[in-house]
Design a protein around this ligand. Structure first.
Ligand SMILES: *Cc1c(COP(=O)(O)O)cnc(C)c1O
Length: 392
């Protein structure tokens, strides 16, 4: 294995593995020593169609030769196409495009406040969020995040967020005040341990929002774009949010973020109220359009369902074979958590030696995020590696 270290002129804010990846194709990646790995993380829920997916790559090549950047002083035709697609798929009405997940959640928070204050004419600003959530690393989004580790050393934090336990309706009800303008949540908490929301709870949240005039804001940055087996996770809960945020899987690896809201909420972003230089640029829009087109043409949601079944079959066998070490298997679609009685880091480093890249979600949970083109053979390879790691 190569022993890559952090370059001395680079900030040391990532605890990196001693590997430099230089090439990817499908579910395989290669390091600078020529060693090949199976990527069972999809670059953390990003490369859902595999690395360098051919159709998206071809469209990006065309766009690279045509126009890279265009400011939002002009109409950008690809924004019309992608927003229409997202609207059709989500049942929501209007999109705003930005460049990352945190930036999408910033927009979600800003539109919720502005809707309360300028459209509804109230003084409301507070957003209820949840323990173990993850919403990003900007000041507002790390404040919304229900994990102390991301807040350490960044005081003073913005006000206007209150964090309550997940899957607990009474706690939410008790936290609603005259200042509350919205409730913001992930439907499967990804980073925080792969915890799915309960259906009755989410329906209860929708009801509370309707009764109290609050917005239901769903962070679909990790769960969206097919990851949980439907285009968006909320479609499995029988509720319609007022607005959602998207990023990770939307561009197949090209940086992109978005929010999509009802037309009612979208009124809050009038000209001049919010914006970004790069957001919605022709390259990112092309990546987003090509990603969604490919997923539609290749009936990718059906494949997600099939791969999920194959993966769960393997994991349940693993659980039966290692009943004391595999505590739980949970998640939705291809966002799967395997809770272990041993440190997840031990399994991850063993797997890496066996040329399989896995991810954690906390100290005892493996987070499996295979691509939507994963084969039975690749699943077998991963199950066998985890089996060996647990047998040691
Ligand atoms: C990754 C993630 C974010 C942050 O996205 P960035 O692009 O890293 O800023 C926010 N929310 C959820 C649920 C995420 O998984």
């Amino acid at each position: 294995m190569n022993t890559a270290t952090e370059p001395i002129h680079l900030m040391n804010n990532y605890a990196r593995w001693p590997i430099s990846l230089v090439k990817g194709q499908g579910n395989q990646v290669w390091d600078d020593q020529g060693k090949q790995y199976l990527d069972f993380t999809s670059g953390i829920a990003v490369t859902s169609l595999g690395h360098v997916p051919p159709k998206v790559t071809a469209k990006l090549h065309q766009q690279l030769d045509t126009l890279w950047h265009c400011s939002n002083l002009f109409h950008i035709p690809q924004q019309a196409v992608l927003s229409e697609k997202l609207s059709k798929l989500s049942g929501l009405d209007s999109a705003f495009f930005c460049n990352s997940g945190a930036e999408a959640n910033e927009a979600l928070i800003k539109i919720a406040r502005r809707y309360a204050q300028k459209v509804k004419g109230t003084g409301r600003f507070e957003i209820i969020t949840f323990s173990q959530s993850f919403h990003g690393r900007t000041l507002a989004t790390l404040t919304a995040t229900g994990q102390d580790k991301v807040k350490d050393g960044f005081a003073p934090l913005p006000t206007g967020f209150v964090t309550v336990p997940y899957n607990d309706l009474a706690a939410v009800e008790a936290a609603i005040t005259d200042n509350t303008c919205g409730i913001m949540l992930e439907l499967v908490q990804g980073e925080g341990g792969v915890h799915p929301a309960e259906e009755a709870w989410v329906q209860g949240l929708r009801k509370l929002c309707d009764e109290h005039g609050l917005l239901l804001l769903v962070d679909e940055i990790q769960t969206g774009i097919g990851r949980t087996g439907t285009w968006f996770a909320f479609q499995q809960y029988g509720v319609k949010p007022d607005a959602i945020s998207l990023a990770k899987g939307l561009g197949s690896g090209f940086p992109i973020g978005a929010i999509v809201a009802t037309s009612e909420v979208a009124q809050a972003f009038a000209p001049g109220t919010h914006g970004t230089t790069f957001g919605g640029n022709p390259l990112a829009m092309t990546a987003g359009i090509a990603t969604l087109e490919t997923m539609e043409e290749e009936h990718i949601l059906e494949r997600v369902g099939q791969i999920e079944k194959q993966l769960l079959a393997g994991l349940h066998k693993l659980q039966a074979d290692h009943p004391t070490k595999v505590v739980a298997v949970r998640g939705k679609g291809l966002l799967v958590g395997v809770e272990l009685a041993i440190p997840s880091a031990d399994v991850i480093s063993f797997a890496r030696e066996q040329s399989v890249i896995l991810l954690s979600a906390g100290p005892n949970v493996l987070r499996l995020l295979p691509s939507f083109i994963t084969t039975q053979a690749e699943i077998d390879q991963v199950i066998s590696v985890i089996d060996k790691a647990l047998t040691q």
